[in-house]
Design a protein around this ligand. Structure first.
Ligand code: FAD
Length: 365
């Protein structure tokens, strides 16, 4: 783990702000981490992965998130796609695709559509078998990592249920168009993907085809929620570091900012937010590692707490740095934009609260 942390620290260096402004991480950096199996480090060693626990991968994800949320976003989508293959693929599909995903090939995963965001039961993308082909038609939006990807895991309707296929981004009928100027995580390769009469061999259809939409979506999103939550811990750590350093060194009215109690209060809030987010993430990862029945709820709690804490406290960090953090590309300015988006993805704040209320009511009844 410490080797992996050192590798990614070296690869990112002080370039995250530059990548954010350019809207692109150098492909060789992403590929290098992919080849090391670090974009989906929980994939078991028998498929070429690192076989890390969720707790270990969580700590690593937070580290990457503290350096560069765009790169962390690529880890989340690669890990989610790998988990979908692991969970729904046949033995042959797991062997085939997971070795590719731990060997340097990059992947995005598509659920969202122009008419289906929070409500994925409204997905219009269709997946159907025709003779010895599987045919995909639809439009997917905001796919993280699609701008770098070799492969896409595409989720769509399959008869009365849902299915996922693996398609090459270079295949006939597939077009990938970057989202112009995203507000945050600007270098994460977010793209719109059109799939027009895309014909794939039958073995591109993951074998769990036909299950309810909610089951497929919840399975994949649970991985994503834990990953995003750890990424938010990273954002909080980066903000806490920047704010404390600045408050300790910048002098106003004859003393360091940190000695002005209102500013000290901001630092305390940042620390508490980081600690709370870390604890809920640790709990979710332990649930994942123990295959606990609490897993799904723990992942929603972790994502919701970490994302809201990150969004609120990134704003606090900008407040502490004031003009010193108000330039585009500064770590806290970047955190402010990136963290806001974490309140939208993998289940928005509102959807998380609805899921948690439903859980509370079920427990009470
Ligand atoms: P809408 O569903 O239109 O919601 C708009 C607002 O209404 C939100 O505040 C929402 O919480 C609220 N709302 C909606 N329904 C309800 C309800 N029933 N009750 C209460 N409130 C409600 N998608 C992918 O498939 N793959 C990706 O890799 C991916 N990456 C993303 C990365 C980023 C940075 C972003 C911004 C989005 C990404 N998405 C991805 C899309 C993301 O999953 C959706 O944006 C998200 O599900 C919300 O959908 P929406 O944007 O259509 O908002």
């Amino acid at each position: 783990l410490s080797e992996a942390r050192a590798l990614v620290t070296g690869l990112v260096g002080d370039r995250a702000g530059e990548w954010d402004r350019a809207g692109r991480i150098p492909t060789e950096v992403v590929r290098r981490l992919g080849e090391e199996g670090l974009l989906c480090a929980e994939v078991p060693a028998r498929f070429g992965g690192r076989g890390w626990s969720s707790l270990d991968n969580g700590g690593f994800t937070a580290h990457v998130g503290s350096l560069c949320s765009s790169l962390r976003s690529l880890m989340t989508s690669q890990g989610m796609a790998a988990w979908a293959v692991q969970r729904f693929g046949s033995a042959a599909q797991r062997k085939h695709y997971l070795s590719r995903l731990t060997g340097g090939e990059l992947v995005g995963i598509g659920f969202s559509e122009p008419g289906a965001g929070s409500d994925l039961s409204a997905m219009g993308t269709t997946i159907r078998v025709e003779g010895d082909s599987v045919v995909v038609d639809g439009t997917k939006v905001w796919l993280t990592g699609a701008g770098y990807a070799d492969l896409l895991v595409v989720v769509g309707r399959f008869g009365d249920g849902a299915a996922a296929v693996v398609a090459a981004t270079t295949g006939a009928g597939v077009s990938v168009r970057p989202v112009p100027d995203p507000m945050g995580c600007r270098a994460a390769g977010h793209s719109t993907v059109e799939l027009r009469d895309v014909r794939l061999p039958l073995d591109a259809l993951l074998s769990g085809a036909g299950q309810p939409v909610s089951m497929l979506v919840t399975t994949a999103l649970t991985y994503g929620r834990v990953s995003v939550a750890w990424g938010c811990v990273g954002i909080l750590r980066a903000c806490l570091t920047a704010a404390t350093r600045h408050a300790a060194s910048r002098v106003q009215s004859g003393r360091p900012l940190a000695e002005h109690q209102l500013v000290a209060g901001h630092l305390a809030d940042l620390l508490v937010a980081e600690q709370v987010a870390t604890r809920v993430c640790e709990h979710a990862s332990r649930c994942w590692d123990d295959s606990s029945p609490e897993m799904v709820t723990a992942a929603v709690v972790a994502k919701h707490v970490s994302a809201t804490n990150a969004a609120r406290q990134a704003s606090t960090a900008v407040q502490v740095l004031a003009s010193a953090g108000a330039e585009d590309g500064h770590v806290v300015a970047r955190a402010y934009r990136d963290a806001k988006l974490m309140e939208i993805i993998e289940g928005s704040n509102e959807i998380c609260r609805l899921v948690l209320a439903e859980h509370a009511l079920a427990v009470a009844s």
